[in-house]
Design a protein around this ligand. Structure first.
Ligand code: HEC
Length: 450
């Protein structure tokens, strides 16, 4: 009996998020595609009011300017714990509840090219991009979501429409607008954008007697820095090259912290329960096709009953003009670290409610309020990156979110140099024939509407 068997229970017809196209389809096509009958989607949840987010701008700028690392980290942990707060809404595919950010608008919903005011969430095939594929080799399954404030800005300003950018650019060109003013209007304070990274864990049948014990588990790479990588297994620093690994127990039965067994190569690996991840089971055709499209590799396809586990989450929050950049990634030290003498620096300032949580205590965190400071130990500019989301981008190990995102503009420039971890000025010639998009890249995929 696996956790996944929940997927086959009748109440799975609550499967709202991924089956929400039911809103748009007729009963006959619903039957054709095996969809649940129409029903309402979960509301797009706000952060808990007690979170105090967005926080006071002056205070945030102050802790940035005095380089109060601990203050910045405390704020970032609060943000993480607020976007993952329990909405008490049942998650369709398993026993978990939806965390706040998973009720937010997907990239497809936000950038959907319907020019009508959206009164419901059009999760139709065309606009549904629950999962996207990182174009660079070896990237994970990924997904972008926006909270209500960010979503409303994009819809109200019609920033989903390519024509909007064509006309903005033409207007700036005609008016001879100074470079620093060639920009969309800023997002409102409180806007939040997220980008997630997921790893596929195969369903295991506990009734099968496996020849070798390790076959009961899925081997998953763990980032332990650039020195812990090999020369094979995909582009430099991609997960396929990470030497450290854990064996994930998909049945969730094995939560014996410290249990180690040998993998297929005779190397001892820690066994971790899938309960130590935030996760989704692939329980609908619709989700299966979205995941497989995102994997994009015919030799490595998911099947129903497999699970995707959250290995990384980016959170950009518009609380200061340059946004606050926070990222978390899964690591066994995040829960084991509590018992170690020198826990990872990425656990510093973690609040007790996160440390106690069986799911959310498994993630390390880093944050950047500035692209240059506080400087790293070797005096290089401030680094803040997610191994799952950035290690596959050339030169992005040790990058800084902002130094890349500061260049977000329309039309796109495909040669973004992440390693230049320095601020470029607002009147830089890079922006002189573009429209700057307030640090958000999503508009590069703006589609023609008319
Ligand atoms: C190498 C450049 C680069 C770096 C470094 C980078 N990003 Fe991004 N990011 C992108 C691009 C390009 C996109 C849009 C395409 C996509 O989503 O894959 C994006 C998308 C996002 C989104 C979705 C909203 C949007 O802008 O479209 C968020 C949120 C985000 N990144 C946060 C972060 C955080 C937090 C960090 C640092 C930990 C970071 N990024 C580092 C290039 C980068």
């Amino acid at each position: 009996m696996t956790i996944s068997s929940l997927c086959h229970r009748p109440w799975r017809s609550n499967c709202t998020i991924f089956m929400s196209s039911a809103f748009l389809v007729t009963t006959s096509s619903a039957l054709l595609f095996g969809l649940a009958p129409p029903h309402t989607l979960p509301p797009v949840a706000d952060l808990p009011s007690a979170s105090g987010i967005p926080a006071h701008e002056e205070r945030l700028l102050h802790i940035r300017d005095i380089r109060d690392r601990s203050g910045m980290r405390r704020h970032a942990w609060n943000l993480f714990s607020s976007v993952t707060a329990d909405t008490h809404i049942d998650q369709p595919s398993n026993e978990l509840k939806l965390p706040v950010w998973m009720t937010w608008w997907t990239l497809g919903e936000t950038m959907g090219t319907k020019d009508e005011p959206l009164i419901f969430r059009p999760n139709d095939e065309k606009s549904n991009t629950e999962f996207i594929r990182t174009k660079t080799g070896g990237g994970p399954i990924s997904g972008v979501r926006f909270n209500n404030i960010a979503y409303s800005h994009i819809r109200d300003e019609r920033l989903y429409a390519m024509e909007r950018f064509v006309s903005l650019k033409a207007q700036f060109d005609t008016d001879g607008t100074p470079t620093e003013q060639r920009r969309i209007s800023d997002f409102d304070r409180g806007a939040i954008a997220t980008k997630s990274a997921w790893f596929l864990v195969a369903e295991k049948n506990s009734n099968v007697v496996y020849k070798n014990e390790y076959e009961k588990y899925t081997l998953m790479p763990v980032w332990n820095g650039p020195d812990d990588t090999t020369n094979e297994g995909g582009p430099k620093y991609t997960p396929g090259r990470w030497k450290s690994k854990v064996l994930v127990d998909e049945t969730g039965m094995d939560d014996n912290i410290g249990h180690r067994i040998k993998d297929a190569n005779g190397i001892e690996r820690l066994v971790v329960s899938i309960k130590r991840f935030y996760r989704w089971e692939i329980c609908s055709e619709r989700m299966l096709s979205a995941v497989n499209k995102a994997i994009g590799d015919p030799n490595r396809q998911a099947k129903k009953g497999d699970q995707i586990v959250l290995v990384g989450l980016h959170i950009a929050s518009k609380e200061i003009p340059d946004w606050i950049w926070t990222t978390v990634w899964w690591h066994p030290d995040a829960f084991l670290g509590e018992f170690r003498k020198s826990p990872s620096q990425f656990l510093n300032d973690r609040p007790p409610q996160v440390a106690r949580d069986i799911t959310w205590s498994n993630y390390l965190l880093d944050t950047a309020f500035d692209m240059e400071t506080p400087r790293e130990l070797d005096n290089s500019p401030n680094a803040c990156f997610n191994p799952w989301l950035e290690a596959n981008v050339p030169d992005s190990v040790g990058s800084n979110c902002m130094s890349c995102h500061q260049k977000a503009a329309w039309p796109a420039n495909r040669t973004i140099m992440a390693r230049h971890r320095i601020k470029i000025e607002d009147d830089d010639k890079y922006f002189s024939n573009r429209v700057r998009t307030d640090y958000i890249f999503a508009f590069q995929s703006a589609k023609p509407v008319f």
